[in-house]
Design a protein around this ligand. Structure first.
Ligand SMILES: *Cc1c(COP(=O)(O)O)cnc(C)c1O
Length: 368
């Protein structure tokens, strides 16, 4: 079986960093995978993966789950055992925006999504202003959990601010969770070991299927007691997998082979961002890692126009956000096309009154 000469659709796909395909080494590893039953805790490869990620992050235990959503939701459910309770996070956080109201349904909790006063990340002061201490006032839902996303929209959370927040809140009746779907990218961008991030949080969720390119899964890490309880809730929502060793094998290869490639991903993203800026496009979030967010209020790009031009150039894009991963950064011709597609769509929109109007109608209703 040879996959190396086959066209890889991931090489022209800039919609998401999930748009990777399993490599030959991943697929071949499946034949050596353990075949135990993970629901009975009997699969060697899953156990090894869980232990490995726990060890990387300096935690006692890890739990392999099928998605980042499940990982976050299990973490929240396990932290918030007894309602009524509330949690604090950024208003753009995946846990409130992109997880289908899971917090309301699964944890019966009240999330407060806060707008960062600096426009970038929540500071200790932002959080303090919204925290509800559990001092017995029956009107309130006490804050039990603070969840921080790193990276968020590709931006790296300043480590010093995480330290301040952690120092202030931990061990005082508040739990700290990190939605570290892309903590790998932050770690590579800052050079700060994952274990130092681990010291600041009670629990971290790390995606394997985003930047690292594993076909399936996330790992939730925390202390042993916490992970044992999370395992209980994983079973409750039908998240037990039987012979999942194959998935763990591929994920382990994704970590070992692809984590070192993220530095180049981050670097290429910055280069493309510079080229777009040179062509007059305005970029919104600072480009710390693998995303470019285009400021649509300042850079009109009509969606259908973008779509048509992208189809013509045979690349796959979404409006507004450009995502990079280790499989779409190698071919200079493809990167040139990417710049061309966004630049051309921008210029055409800007110079065509009907397209400008169409674009405005959409931007008016668009939050993200
Ligand atoms: C993608 C993502 C998740 C969830 O991952 P899925 O595997 O798609 O459920 C959680 N948090 C963040 C920040 C993400 O980007």
């Amino acid at each position: 079986m040879s996959t190396s000469t086959r066209f890889n659709p991931a090489s022209v796909d800039f919609r998401s960093d999930t748009a990777t395909t399993p490599t030959q080494s991943m697929l071949e590893s499946v034949l050596q995978a353990s075949i135990g039953d993970d629901v009975n805790n009997e699969d060697d490869d899953i156990n090894e993966l869980q232990d490995y990620v726990a060890q990387l992050t300096g935690k006692e235990a890890g739990l392999y789950v099928v998605s980042g959503t499940m990982s976050n939701q299990l973490a929240i459910r396990t932290h918030l055992l007894t309602p009524p309770s509330s949690l604090i996070c950024d208003y753009r956080a995946h846990i409130v925006v992109d997880e289908s109201a899971g917090i309301a349904q699964l944890s019966n909790a009240m999330p407060y999504g806060i707008v960062p006063s600096n426009g970038k990340y929540l500071t200790l002061e932002d959080i303090c202003a919204r925290v509800v201490p559990d001092f017995g006032n029956i009107h309130f839902a006490p804050t039990k959990l603070i969840s921080l996303e790193n990276t968020l929209h590709g931006e790296v959370y300043p480590f010093e601010e995480l330290q301040r927040i952690s120092k202030f809140f931990r061990g005082k009746g508040f739990k700290l969770h990190c939605d570290g779907a892309r903590l790998w990218n932050a770690h590579v961008a800052t050079g700060i070991p994952l274990s130092q991030y681990g010291e600041l949080f009670d629990t971290i969720s790390l995606c394997l299927s985003k930047s690292l390119g594993a076909p399936v899964g996330s790992v939730l890490v925390g202390d042993k007691e916490f992970i044992t309880k999370a395992l209980h809730f994983r079973k409750q929502i039908g998240g037990g997998i039987r012979q999942g060793g194959m998935l763990a094998r591929m994920a382990m290869i994704a970590i070992k082979e692809n984590l070192p490639k993220l530095a180049k991903v981050n670097q290429v993203t910055k280069e493309v961002a510079k080229r777009l800026e040179a062509n007059g496009l305005v970029i919104r979030e600072s480009v710390d890692t693998n995303f470019i967010f285009i400021d649509y209020t300042k850079t009109p790009i009509e969606n259908e126009t973008l779509d048509l031009i992208a189809k013509r150039e045979k690349i796959n894009v979404w409006p507004q956000r450009i995502a990079f991963h280790y499989q779409n950064i190698e071919d200079q011709e493809v990167l040139d096309k990417l710049v061309k597609v966004f630049t051309e769509a921008f210029e055409l929109t800007r110079d065509t009154p009907e397209l400008m109007q169409k674009h405005k109608d959409i931007v008016f209703t668009m939050e993200y």
